[in-house]
Design a protein around this ligand. Structure first.
Ligand SMILES: NC(=O)c1ccc[n+]([C@@H]2O[C@H](COP(=O)([O-])OP(=O)(O)OC[C@H]3O[C@@H](n4cnc5c(N)ncnc54)[C@H](O)[C@@H]3O)[C@@H](O)[C@H]2O)c1
Length: 252
């Protein structure tokens, strides 16, 4: 598959989990991919693994909570690969707890990573896409942002905010040939899910029963939708939200 030949992509949070699966797929379709992550060692290991399979990848340090860090990461990628075509905003973090027990320190961290992170990376990446005369931005939100999710109030708010933000960018940038779309995973087996759910096995079982396909998502399940939206097959698709969640949510 070479749908993304000669394209340069940044995947935030690309070191592991869903981001790693997306990076693997984009590289497999021919893109040069930056694994932009706060975990430098894990990103370096993942880069080594993907290179062994023939991929062109670059581990890049990124803390999405800082606009300066986002700008530096984009500039590093442009210096290495000569431009930027695709941004996948995937980095995210959550802590499962009832809203009434949550604290401002947790809200600040959740908002900084999940919402401001997307804003920072878009701000840093869009000027480089304007230079190219085209671009694709795909942000990973969550079904929590479409229908809510108990124990994830502020996180759900951030994910809903990503949807409104992306639709607005899609309108502002359509004539610049920059497409902006959102992919919403449902519960997907990653370190993040196990980190928030392992103390609550009953909740995980109940989740599976609520999914029409009766299984949790796997990171690779997300990769195809993102690759499509990052490709020229989606040139006439913008401002859209697609759930990849085994039918968990069906939003009209
Ligand atoms: N796993 C799920 O069930 C699920 C469900 C819905 C949405 N999502 C979303 O999918 C995305 C990926 O989640 P995942 O499950 O693969 O999680 P994960 O914890 O396995 O991976 C997240 C990655 O983001 C990176 N990251 C965290 N903070 C960062 C920062 N400040 N700067 C740069 N990188 C940072 C981490 O180092 C990690 O590599 C997230 O946006 C998450 O909210 C996940």
């Amino acid at each position: 598959m070479t749908r993304l030949s000669n394209k340069v992509a940044i995947v935030t949070g690309g070191a592991q989990g869903i981001g790693k699966a997306i990076a693997t797929r984009l590289a497999g379709e021919g893109a040069a991919v930056a694994l932009a992550d706060i975990q430098d060692t894990v990103a370096a290991q993942t880069a080594q693994e993907l290179r062994a399979g023939g991929a062109t990848v670059l581990p890049v340090h990124l803390d999405v909570t800082s606009l300066d860090s986002a700008t530096a990461a984009v500039e590093r990628v442009v210096a290495e690969f000569g431009g930027l075509d695709i941004l996948v905003n995937n980095a995210g973090w959550d802590k499962l707890e009832p809203f009434i027990q949550s604290t401002p320190a947790t809200w600040d961290k959740v908002i900084a990573i999940n919402f401001r992170g997307v804003i920072h990376c878009c701000k840093a990446a869009i000027p480089r896409m304007l230079e190219r005369g085209a671009g694709k931005i795909v942000s990973i939100a969550s079904d929590a942002g479409r229908v809510g999710s108990s124990g994830e109030a502020v996180y759900s708010g951030c994910k809903a905010a990503i949807i409104g933000f992306s639709k607005t960018l899609a309108r502002e940038l359509a004539r610049n040939r920059i497409n902006v779309n959102v992919v919403c995973p449902g519960p997907t087996e990653t370190a993040l899910l196990h980190g928030v759910m392992d103390q609550q096995p009953n909740v995980l079982e109940a989740m599976k029963r609520g999914i029409p396909m009766r299984r949790l998502g796997q990171p690779q399940d997300l990769a195809g939708a993102v690759a499509f939206l990052a490709s020229s097959d989606a040139d006439y698709v913008t401002g859209q939200v697609i759930s990849v969640s085994g039918g968990l949510t069906m939003v009209g």
